[in-house]
Design a protein around this ligand. Structure first.
Ligand SMILES: Nc1nc2c(ncn2[C@@H]2O[C@H](COP(=O)(O)OP(=O)(O)O)[C@@H](O)[C@H]2O)c(=O)[nH]1
Ligand SMILES: [Mg+2]
Length: 393
């Protein structure tokens, strides 16, 4: 359960590195797989419906903090599972959680709570964490906000992600005694400390995983439930550019496999019937490539409709001259070998000339080169156009 696919990011060619680091490989893989079922033309509609109805989208929420801060107990409390019950995250005074484990949220579909092993307090310990794998965080602390929490808070922000701060075990602090309840004091000191660390409007929850209906645990539960769709959307949006690049490249690769076959077919066909027919057949092949890559007018209109970007803006990203149906005459020029001088000479002599030898000769190599170059250019166009379509303006 909950072990997502570990993909590499597939490498977007341009774009902000900061932005890229904020993308969860799992989310990219998820989006890629959702879109890979059909052709590129269906992608805008699939993305749109995922953004509108994110219930199917995964949200990986990692519970982060030092060992013993009550992470596993918090996971159980949020899921409404008693510690020690079957299916509960193991808790205890010794470091019980050794391996990141995902627990499905009981009511929010697609939400997984990741119970992580405790993080050490040093800079290296925090540096070792792979925060890119998760979409959102619950940063826990059972005591006063200190360096350890500060490091983690900054690491999460640096990874381009957000978190709720969860101060655990407040039942311990709020033991009945002569003093007035310190709960509100704890809250404001947490908020202050987080703001000092550059967290804009920190969301702080003071919880007890033992007294689950007291303090802020119900509020934390409610916040997770109500924020889940927006958090899913946010995570998904970040994954769109990389997933799109991968989808375009997948399509391009499949077309590339066929280029040699197409070259042979056109050239063999032309061996019997030389002349502009070869060029027409190649122009048709290139046109078919552009449709597969979603560069034709109809596909562009669909992308424009799904993203709300003007079609003209998207059109402007398409630079390859091949996308406009190429003129067969021009194509022919590119794929013919110049007629050797000797045969031209022969053809000038009515007696010796043998007609067909004056025809320009189609070059297999040049034909192959024209097709691969057209495909490479159009692949770049498709990526650029789609990135523009989904770019935040
Ligand atoms: N009093 C109290 N104890 C807690 C609370 N949450 C966890 N603990 C105890 O703290 C210890 C460590 O909890 P655990 O969830 O295993 O911490 P983890 O290492 O962060 O996963 C356990 O003995 C828990 O019973 C809480 O809200 N209140
Ligand atoms: Mg644990």
């Amino acid at each position: 359960m909950g072990r997502g696919v570990q993909g590499t990011d597939g490498g977007a060619h341009d774009g902000d590195l900061e932005e890229l680091r904020a993308v969860s490989p799992r989310k990219i893989q998820e989006l890629y797989q959702a879109c890979a079922t059909g052709g590129l033309a269906e992608v805008p509609a699939i993305i749109r419906s995922a953004l509108e109805q994110p219930s199917q989208i995964r949200l990986d929420v990692a519970v982060l903090g030092e060992a013993g801060s009550g992470k596993s107990a918090l996971v159980n409390a949020l899921r409404g599972v008693g510690c020690g019950e079957p299916g509960a995250a193991p808790t205890g005074v010794t470091a019980t959680t050794r391996k990141a484990t995902a627990y499905a949220h009981p009511t929010v579909p697609g939400l997984y709570l990741w119970d992580l092993p405790g993080v050490g307090v040093t800079e290296e310990d925090v540096g070792r964490l792979d925060l890119s794998r998760y979409d959102f965080f619950l940063l826990t602390a059972s005591e006063r906000y200190r360096h350890a929490q500060s490091r983690l808070a900054r690491a999460i922000s640096a990874a381009g992600k957000r978190f709720f701060f969860v101060r655990t075990k407040v039942d311990v602090d709020a033991q009945p005694g002569p003093e007035p309840s310190p709960v509100e004091e704890i809250r404001s000191s947490c908020v202050d400390a987080l703001q000092k660390d550059g967290v804009g409007s920190p969301r702080v929850f003071l919880v007890s995983s033992l007294l689950r209906e007291a303090y802020d645990l119900p509020a934390l539960r409610a916040a997770l439930e109500s924020d889940a769709p927006a958090l899913k959307r946010e995570a998904l949006e970040k994954a769109i550019p990389v997933a799109l690049s991968r989808l375009v490249r997948r399509t391009s690769k499949a077309l590339m496999k066929d280029v040699w076959g197409k070259t042979l077919k056109s050239c063999l066909y032309c061996a019997e019937k030389p002349g502009p027919d070869v060029a027409t057949s190649l122009a048709d092949t290139i046109l078919a490539f552009s449709i597969e890559l979603g560069l034709d007018e109809e596909s562009l209109a669909q992308v424009a409709k799904a993203t709300g970007k003007p079609a003209g803006l998207l059109q402007a990203e398409i630079r390859s001259p091949w996308v406009k149906r190429p003129d067969p005459e021009q194509v022919l020029k590119l794929i013919t070998k110049p007629v050797p001088f000797s045969s031209r000479m022969w053809s000038l002599l009515p007696y010796w000339g043998r007609g067909a030898e004056g025809q320009p000769e189609i070059s297999l190599e040049a034909t192959y080169r024209v097709l691969t170059r057209a495909l490479a250019e159009m692949t770049e166009d498709a990526e650029r156009m789609l990135h523009r379509a989904y770019a935040k303006e």
